[in-house]
Design a protein around this ligand. Structure first.
Ligand code: GLA
Length: 750
């Protein structure tokens, strides 16, 4: 098998940078936002600072790389003393376990979570990683440190990368290189380990879910033992998102206190293991999921791990989210540092399901355009023999019964209406009832001779195969080349079941966990390269594939198939802890909602959807004159605050969790506009809505204050200072069930 391309490319890139940009980093001063790597050669300590954070590592007296510090930014000369390995605890926990190692091999008696576990061909499975050397480089995106480790005996090298981003984020990944003369097998490969100082008062947040109920935020004390966040499903998954935030119980709140946080950039099976060791340290190891993992490296080969991003703030969970949001906009998303604003989408799915056809879609498009929609998207059902979810996946030709003239007349009309055109695809899947499956049953992931477990009547194509990859890229390229398509909703509607790859050699079959995702990324990247204007949404039965890996290649995500506006308040709140609301597509849909059977007024539905990337999924042809006029007003209003919502700083003023009332605010990047949305789920005892105190404003500045609906904000002064808006706040007259409104403030003075 060929040398892992990702690995060799990244090693080459690294050495190119070293030649061109080797810099001497001094202990001189720097501004707070700047990222720097300072190296004290005498003590062998690296101090990496960015934003509010310093992260320090050093080489100890046993030649191992250990974490010295992760927390509040340190300035000036360091008081850190030369690193020393920690002593063993009695005879049971050796120094490799008691010392907070940066990247521990399984060996030397390690009893805590290893970052790397290797099996050598002679059965040897011991690995002790010693420090070799280091290199600091400055590339276009910021400073980078590479530390090389090597097994004490074997020619196995580990390259640890530390890239500093100015937003306060440290990116870490590793490259494991086999320079021995024989093959070996990697059984566990983490991107990085992050160590926190000893404390029994840590409390963590994490996000779990399932289909229709994603982004549920949890808070719990970190206790002795392991908490494992993971997906074994072959993709990111709905069940847990690869994000965590850790605070101090009793100290960390939304707006204050320390938060250590991290996010993994990988769209395959992943794991973040949070371990409170028996010496009460918290050790966080993240990367490939070791479950069912085996990656053989022949002589000369290397494996690159996903990137694990980490940050720290002393300003609470809200600031941790804002750092992530800004980082995603400026460094991760396509178009970074200035990703395009999300257009207002109309999507046909909830209105028509599989019953799409030329006349019906055109009727929806005409009405949508009159409301102010900017992009018309035909969802599932337009291709092959796709009448329902039993057939058609894999056959990506236009269904002639539904679109007798092809897609062209629809697309042309959509353009005449002033919108661009998008379409749904599910490229990685196949229905057994399809021409593709009849021709290539061997392309479906399976264990030969074993049952092929179907989900939604479909199987997963083995994208790790080069022929499958070529097929997927070719049909997508053809579709986008032959039709004027601005946008793909890229869906992925099931998990893996039998992850077999029978055309590969038995020892290489488990590479599927890595190669599938590498090929997915490469198809997305190549498609985008060939069609630079194409935009893509990552959807997986809702929010099943949202992570920093896919987000490098997709502009937006569909957070959940659950479009009930009440559930959406919680879903969107949870989502905002880990991802920017600018990518969070939110549709207004019909009531009673298909899932919860709840009927919520249209204005409330609009105001909930407006707190992300607004879209519409209702059967708009059925809206009466009043509903249409309301929708037009809401869409026009959204356009006036869209940059603030999608690219501003988000403040969760009142969380919807366990509360009948909630409020969220966005402050525009240049600070000139802020918008707050307030929601009342149900009024009790005639109680007034709580005062809404804004945040993130310039206290001394004067703002013009405008209510979306004057009747809901009685006695609102026309002008208020930032301090008044943040101190006295705003009184709203929200009453009854499902009442909501918005307030916009515009800065008048500099
Ligand atoms: C998934 C998506 C939906 C819709 C359907 C179509 O469930 O999340 O939005 O596209 O597939 O089959």
């Amino acid at each position: 098998m060929a040398l892992n391309r990702t690995a060799s490319a990244s090693l080459q890139l690294m050495s190119r940078f070293s030649l061109l940009f080797v810099v001497t980093v001094t202990f001189s001063g720097h501004s707070l936002a700047q990222g720097t790597i300072r190296y004290d050669a005498a003590k062998q300590i690296w101090q990496i600072s960015t934003g509010e954070m310093t992260y320090a590592i050093g080489v100890n007296d046993q030649h191992a790389l250990q974490t010295m510090y992760w927390g509040r930014r340190l300035e000036g000369a360091s008081a850190m003393t030369t690193p020393r390995a920690y002593p063993e605890t009695a005879s049971f926990d050796p120094p490799v376990s008691t010392t907070p190692l940066e990247y521990a091999g399984w060996g030397g008696g390690l009893t805590t979570e290893p970052a790397l576990k290797i099996s050598f061909p002679d059965g040897n499975r011991s690995l002790v990683l010693d420090y070799v050397d280091e290199e600091r480089t400055a590339g276009p995106g910021g400073e980078q440190l590479e530390i090389r480790l090597k097994d004490r005996l074997a020619e196995v090298y580990v390259h640890l990368f530390y890239k500093v981003y100015p937003q306060g984020i440290l990116a870490r990944w590793s490259v494991i290189e086999n320079r021995t003369k024989a093959s070996l097998t990697i059984e566990r490969a983490a991107s990085a380990t992050l160590n926190l100082p000893p404390s029994t008062h840590y409390e963590m947040n994490w996000l779990t879910g399932r289909w229709g109920a994603e982004w549920q935020l949890h808070t719990a004390a970190i206790q002795a033992g392991h908490t494992v966040l993971e997906s074994r499903r072959g993709s990111t998954g709905h069940q847990t998102n690869p994000w965590f935030a850790i605070g101090q119980a009793g100290e960390t709140t939304e707006e204050a206190g320390p938060v250590w946080f991290g996010e993994l950039g990988w769209s395959g099976s992943w794991q973040i293991d949070l371990e409170q060791t028996d010496s009460r340290r918290v050790k966080i190891t993240g990367g490939y999921n070791p479950f069912d993992f085996a990656y053989p490296l022949t002589a000369g080969q290397a494996l690159t791990t996903p990137v694990f991003y980490a940050g720290y703030t002393g300003k609470g969970r809200g600031e941790a989210s804002r750092i992530l949001h800004r980082f995603q906009r400026e460094e991760i998303l396509p178009g970074a540092p200035r990703p395009k604003l999300r257009p207002i989408i109309y999507n046909s799915w909830e209105a028509t399901e599989f019953n799409v056809n030329e006349a019906g879609q055109l009727a929806l498009a005409e009405k949508a355009a009159s409301i102010g929609v900017e992009r018309m998207v035909i969802d599932d059902g337009w291709f092959g023999q796709r009448k329902n979810d039993h057939a058609g996946l894999g056959d990506w030709y236009v269904n002639q019964e539904k679109f007798p003239h092809g897609l062209k007349p629809v697309i042309d009309r959509v353009h005449q209406l002033g919108m661009d055109f998008g379409i749904w695809v599910e490229p990685e899947m196949v229905n057994p009832d399809s021409d593709l499956y009849r021709k290539h049953p061997e392309w479906a992931m399976n264990f030969p001779g074993r049952p092929r477990t179907e989900a939604r009547n479909q199987l997963v194509l083995n994208l790790a195969r080069e022929d499958v990859k070529a097929y997927v890229l070719a049909f997508l390229d053809k579709l986008v080349t032959e039709n004027d398509i601005a946008f793909l909703k890229w869906d992925y509607n099931r998990n893996w079941s039998e992850p077999g790859w029978d055309s590969a050699a038995p020892a290489e079959q488990k590479e599927i966990y890595v190669r599938y995702v590498d090929n997915l990324y490469s198809v997305l990247s190549e498609l985008r390269r060939r069609h630079p204007k194409l935009e893509i949404e990552s959807c997986s039965g809702g929010g099943g594939r949202v992570d920093l890996g896919i987000l490098k290649r997709t502009e937006e995500v569909w957070p959940s198939d659950n479009t009930d506006a009440l559930d959406r308040l919680s879903i969107q709140d949870g989502f905002s802890h880990a991802y920017t609301p600018g990518i969070m597509v939110a549709w207004v849909t019909d009531v009673p909602n298909f899932l919860d059977k709840r009927s919520i007024p249209l204005e409330f539905r609009f105001l909930v959807a407006m707190s992300g990337a607004l879209g519409i999924g209702s059967d708009v042809t059925k809206w009466n004159a009043d509903e249409t006029a309301l929708a037009q007003r809401m869409v026009a209003f959204y356009k006036t605050v869209r940059p603030t919502v999608q690219q501003g700083s988000l403040y969760r003023l009142v969380s919807p969790e366990g509360s009948e009332q909630s409020a969220v605010e966005y402050v525009g990047q240049d600070g000139r506009q802020a918008v707050a949305f307030a929601y009342l789920h149900s009024q009790h005892y005639g109680e007034p809505f709580q005062t809404v105190r804004l945040a993130g404003l310039d206290g001394a500045a004067t703002y013009r204050v405008k209510a979306l609906d004057a009747a809901k904000a009685a006695r609102l002064p026309e002008e208020m200072t930032g301090n008044e808006l943040m101190g006295m706040g705003i009184s709203l007259r929200l009453a009854g069930d499902y009442d909501a409104t918005a307030i916009v403030v515009e800065k008048l003075t500099q």
